[in-house]
Design a protein around this ligand. Structure first.
Ligand code: HXC
Length: 314
């Protein structure tokens, strides 16, 4: 559904800052990443989003294209970030049809609530494969293009490049591994890996002008992630526990992305931009979903009543 501008971007940015640029995004049909891409498209970029679900990805691409008349947004479905060849093929098609990859958003992720007792070895591996291996696959498939783009769009720190910016990647992470969070072992381990990956990219590719950063959203309203984590009254309590007293909006993550990708982010490399209203500093030891710590774990009960539930074999 076409969205009003104020749902995905603030008024502070200049139209056209991403003219003639191309963004490649995994997990692009998700609520957060689609808003990031929509904002970049609004400001001039063309885009390629990839996802596992063909219909969802293609429909989202059409929808994002409504953000700017004349934009080109490719939606490539049946792409699983766990499969390098599948990502590489999508990147090749993006470059063939749109001409380049100037920006990358590595956003594909998997999540569900489960205690270690409930978490089979395969369940742990599924999230590691999507988040960590998937981010690495995305990096490996796009980095040659980012290096080219960075070389074309250099900035000396004072004079903006006449052709704008390029050669930038952001990884979408989380904050739960800063303190640890029960029922989120798999995601905590995976996101720690994603952060480490971004930091290494910043060191190894910074000398070539590529920047790599992490955006760590806190609780963002109406996302797939929160549907999987929060239920009922617990949502109200967890909103109240955020120092700013509410969940964030996807627009607030999109704004952080523009900050990093545009001229305002020229010297930002190897950083983590936490956009969470101060929430992680208040992390309460409960997953924010009514599974009260430690009572829930001691009760021997299993997680029920949230989206994405599944019974593991082992
Ligand atoms: C316990 C579960 C489970 C659950 C799946 N499994 N869901 N175990 N509780 N709720 C187990 C399965 O039983 C299986 O193990 C193994 O995980 C793999 O499951 P599959 O369904 O075969 O895998 P797959 O189809 O590849 O799905 C991957 C997935 C799924 C991660 C399990 O949830 C998914 O596709 N998620 C993508 C969408 C998503 O999660 N979006 C939210 C991202 S939000 P066995 O042993 O039976 O073989 C986000 C925010 C992070 O990441 C920050 C939060 C604060």
């Amino acid at each position: 559904m076409p969205l009003p501008k104020n749902a995905y971007i603030s008024d502070v940015w200049k139209d056209g800052v991403f003219d003639n640029k191309v963004v490649f995004c995994t997990g692009g049909s998700g609520t957060i990443c689609s808003a990031q891409v929509r904002a970049l498209v609004h400001l001039g970029a063309n885009a390629c989003i990839v996802g596992r679900n063909v219909e969802k990805t293609e429909n989202m691409a059409k929808d994002i294209a409504t953000a700017r008349a004349g934009s080109k947004v490719l939606g490539i479905g049946a792409v699983d970030v766990r499969n390098f060849e599948s990502v590489k093929k999508a990147v090749d098609r993006c470059v063939e049809e749109l001409g380049a990859v100037d920006f990358v958003i590595a956003g594909a992720a998997g999540n569900f609530l489960a205690s270690i007792n409930q978490l089979s070895v395969n369940a742990f591996k599924a999230v590691m494969d999507i988040d960590v291996q998937g981010s690495y696959n995305t990096l490996k498939a796009t980095i040659p293009h980012l290096v080219k783009s960075a070389a074309k769009h250099k900035s000396d720190g004072t004079t903006p490049s006449p052709t704008g910016t390029g050669g930038r990647i952001v990884f979408i992470s989380a904050t739960i591994h800063y303190t640890g969070l029960p029922l989120q072992t798999h995601v905590s381990v995976a996101k720690a890996g994603v952060d480490a990956l971004s930091n290494s990219v910043a060191l190894e590719f910074g000398p070539l002008g590529v920047t790599s950063n992490v955006i760590s959203p806190g609780p963002i309203g109406d996302t797939e992630g929160m549907r999987r984590l929060a239920k009922g009254e617990a949502r109200k309590r967890s909103e109240a526990a955020v120092p700013l007293g509410r969940y964030g909006s996807v627009k607030e993550i999109a704004d952080a992305t523009i900050y990093i990708f545009s001229d305002s982010g020229n010297f930002v490399n190897g950083s983590t931009v936490v956009v969470d209203g101060g929430a992680w500093r208040m992390q309460s030891g409960s997953s924010g979903s009514g599974f009260v710590y430690p009572d829930f774990l001691l009760s021997g009960e299993e997680v029920t009543g949230v989206a994405g539930l599944k019974k593991s074999k082992i």
